[in-house]
Design a protein around this ligand. Structure first.
Ligand code: TYD
Ligand code: MG
Length: 455
């Protein structure tokens, strides 16, 4: 018998090497190499090289696109992220931390697609457990949804032959293994090979395949990073488990934009779509409280109005405490330094706590001005009207900088019935202000905003 061939793989990026390395030359991480036994079966090799009838060069203008009719999923948010439905023959990957709701989302989607045959393969749950979940979702749609608990790709392909589904769902890729390779399920070589097998199936049959992939913090299971270039579409499901909101983002999409996000709320009976996130995320407060400011942010192409809350109090200990929830801590330190140094607000002896309502993480820099104003509001203990909102970035010298798509933000603020929106002077220049009913307040430095709000 031939000696088993082993390779070393970087568990971060999947880099392959024939010997062990301390540092990965690809991603630069240390101590990430693990040994895996690889025995490529001789039969799979020849299979990949057979030319199907379709592989004949065609002129691009003669390639017809009529057959790529997307499969709509009745779940508006899911379709929106995909760009209008599932493309036949595509391979999709849904990633997310364990317990965030990936299985729930896919089962719910599978049950709601009307008039299609769906095969839901689970390597994690038994058929009874899937059924219990389906009962909980309480969604007896018209879908013909078959479920099977299976972990070997060759068996899965036999089930696929028998059922002939219109959509195949595999939950999760880390639990699936192929007989062609000797290493254990969840190892990088297994994940790569299984993904390649599903891709081959999807491309040859035209049946879309949805794969679930776990992202783990400690990286004991191989992350879906190695699959990213194989699949057509990478979706990420994220959110704070303590809150009900879940965001579905597309990180890569060969058939649509990656700017769209889907927003869901987790309930006892499954996920519900949130059509109007801006109205949803604003906390209903009757009283005017200091330290609150509303930011007009954009997530991808979608406006989201988010409440920023700050608490500034005198530091009890020698070193002032700083804490930020849902906002980059270093950015908060930078904003505080700007407020302190350039604008003369004495925050050095104060504790500052910052919270973004709803457990949402915001990366849009347009939230800066709202953060700065909420800190100032708490510091002087004067409330900002809940009918004001902010959309601007802050620079290191206290200047208020312009942000992208400001018209869209203003239009949304107008629609939601805000009175004033604070934007950068440089943004306001090119605006047609008559278009909007809302008052647009132009600021060029942070003191302008301070005077307008608290003087
Ligand atoms: P799950 O889909 O199992 O997560 P994943 O597949 O990403 O690991 O969902 C996990 C959580 O969702 C679980 O903690 C319970 C919660 N949940 C609800 O709140 N409502 C529901 O209707 C369902 C099915 C799950
Ligand atoms: Mg699951």
């Amino acid at each position: 018998m031939a000696k088993a061939k082993t390779y070393y793989y970087c568990s971060e990026c999947g880099y392959q090497s024939s010997s062990w390395l301390g540092k990965c030359p690809e991603c630069g991480k240390w101590n990430t190499f693990t040994e895996e036994v690889v025995q490529a079966a001789t039969s799979t090799k020849s299979k990949t090289h057979t030319l199907s009838e379709a592989s004949k060069p065609k002129l691009i203008r003669e390639v017809s696109t009529s057959e790529t009719k997307r499969i709509p999923t009745l779940c508006g948010e899911f379709d929106r992220v995909l760009g209008g439905g599932i493309v036949p023959g595509s391979l999709l990957l849904l990633g997310g931390e364990p317990g965030i709701g990936k299985s729930t989302l896919l089962l719910q989607t599978a049950l709601s697609i009307p008039g299609r045959k769906i095969l839901y393969v689970s390597g994690e749950e038994s058929e009874q457990q899937i059924k219990m979940r389906a009962d909980r979702l309480n969604q007896e749609g018209g879908a013909e949804c078959y479920v099977v608990s299976e972990t070997v790709t060759q068996r899965i392909m036999e089930h696929v032959e028998a059922v002939k589904p219109d959509l195949l769902i595999v939950d999760s890729i880390q639990t699936i293994c192929t007989e062609a390779i000797d290493s254990s399920a969840g190892s990088i070589s297994q994940i790569r090979e299984c993904t390649a097998e599903f891709q081959r199936y999807a491309k040859e049959s035209g049946v879309p395949v949805l794969l679930v992939g776990h992202i783990t913090k400690d990286g004991t299971l191989a992350g879906p990073k190695v699959m990213e270039h194989i699949v057509d579409c990478v979706l990420q499901f994220e959110g704070d488990r303590n809150y009900g909101y879940r965001l579905l983002r597309s990180l890569k999409n060969r058939f649509g934009s990656t700017a769209e996000i889907g927003i869901f709320e987790m309930h006892g009976d499954g996920l519900r779509e949130v059509a109007n996130p801006s109205e949803f995320l604003l906390s209903q407060r009757d009283e005017n409280l200091s330290g609150c400011a509303i930011a007009a942010t954009l997530e991808g192409a979608r406006p989201m109005f988010i409440e920023v809350q700050s608490l500034v109090s005198s530091a009890v200990y020698g070193t002032p405490q700083r804490n930020a929830n849902g906002f980059d801590f270093r950015r908060l330190s930078m904003l505080l330094a700007v407020l302190e140094k350039r604008c003369g607000f004495k925050l050095g002896a104060k504790d500052v706590f910052l919270n973004i309502a709803g457990g949402i993480r915001v990366s849009d820099p347009a939230i800066d001005l709202a953060v700065a104003c909420s800190i100032l509001s708490s510091n002087v203990d004067i409330p900002i009207s809940p009918r004001y909102c902010f959309a601007a970035e802050m620079g290191l010298s206290g200047e208020v900088r312009s942000v992208s798509r400001v018209e869209q933000r203003i239009a949304e603020a107008d629609r939601l019935g805000f009175e004033k929106i604070f934007v950068s002077k440089y943004n306001a220049r090119s605006l047609n202000k008559k278009r909007f009913g809302i008052e647009i307040v132009e600021v060029s430095v942070i003191e302008d905003a301070f005077r307008a709000l608290f003087a």
